[in-house]
Design a protein around this ligand. Structure first.
Ligand SMILES: [Zn+2]
Length: 300
């Protein structure tokens, strides 16, 4: 069996672990990110977490051969660092790949998190077998990745672009990008939390499972907006499958049922009747799994 280290740098946390070639997480950890944290402190925290895991794997004769890295932002064309991101300004223009490779003395290829996530769903998750796959990652922001005939779509920042910023409600919430009513602003963690009376996403999901009506409505309203947004995106990508991942997807069917109902209401017939909407198989760990998978089996 082959193993890779995996790092998924997100807006609120870095997920760190070791993943095998079948997409199974062998070890995992998570460390918080701070918006204005220095890049060096972040790299130090990653090294402190991952190095002991790598040593343990080596002791079990399962050494990792490299480290796949998923990042919440756009990459430069050589994929050496982020050129744009909404939530980690200190990492913009920082030579992240080189910094990690210097510390680990291993290859550390970077990938956009929405690409890594969609690869995980395509190779190891609920979207296996799709030939036109749209994956969205619902968390601090809304990212999207597209795989068509086995190839990642790369046309802005090495990914499918800022698909979270299509405008779905001109009177909607103000978005971090400066526009109003972007899909991201209507469905992200901040929007769900606001609908749930200021509670955390974790609290809202737990309360909804206990029958809390405000929490249930907050999740179904979020799903309704997401379904509308996915219906709007469908004519661009003609997906046969849409995979919904990210932290908020931990709500499972509470979210997915309203996404599907809304998609069915808003999408035109060819998509309404032929596109399946599936939940992520990985409970928020898909970026890490996809990054490791791309290291072990790079796309052509
Ligand atoms: Zn926006």
């Amino acid at each position: 069996m082959r193993f890779a280290g995996a790092i998924d740098i997100g807006g609120t946390a870095v997920k760190i672990g070791i993943v095998d070639k079948d997409g199974t997480i062998i070890r995992r950890d998570s460390v918080p990110t701070s918006r204005d944290g220095e890049p060096k402190a972040l790299v130090d925290a990653i090294v402190s977490s991952l190095r002991p895991m790598m040593d343990a794997a080596k002791g079990e004769r399962n050494p990792v051969s490299g480290i796949g890295v998923s990042v919440a932002g756009f990459l430069d064309p050589e994929r050496l660092g982020m050129i744009h991101n909404a939530n980690l300004p200190a990492l913009r223009e920082f030579p992240l790949r080189r910094a990690l490779e210097n510390r680990f003395s291993l290859d550390c290829p970077l990938e956009v998190d929405s690409n890594a996530a969609v690869v995980a769903e395509h190779r190891h998750g609920a979207a296996r077998g799709s030939t036109r796959l749209l994956g969205v990652t619902l968390g601090t922001g809304l990212g999207g990745g597209v795989i068509i005939d086995g190839q990642l779509l790369r046309y802005t920042g090495e990914c499918a672009g800022d698909i979270g910023h299509i405008i779905v409600d001109r009177n909607g919430r103000l978005c971090t990008c400066g526009a109003r009513g972007c899909l991201e602003a209507m469905v992200n963690v901040a929007a769900l939390s606001e609908r749930g009376g200021g509670r955390t996403v974790r609290d809202i999901i737990a309360s909804a499972r206990d029958g809390d009506q405000v929490a249930l409505k907050a999740i179904s309203e979020t799903g309704w907006w997401l379904g509308l947004g996915l219906a709007s995106l469908s004519p661009l990508f003609s997906p046969d499958t849409i995979a919904v991942g990210g932290g908020i997807s931990a709500a499972g069917d509470l979210l997915l049922e309203s996404v599907r109902a809304s998609y069915h209401t808003h999408a035109r017939p060819e998509f309404r009747d032929h596109t399946r909407v599936v939940g992520s198989s990985f409970e928020g760990w898909e970026g890490m799994i996809g990054a490791a998978s791309l290291f072990l089996d790079p796309l052509a």
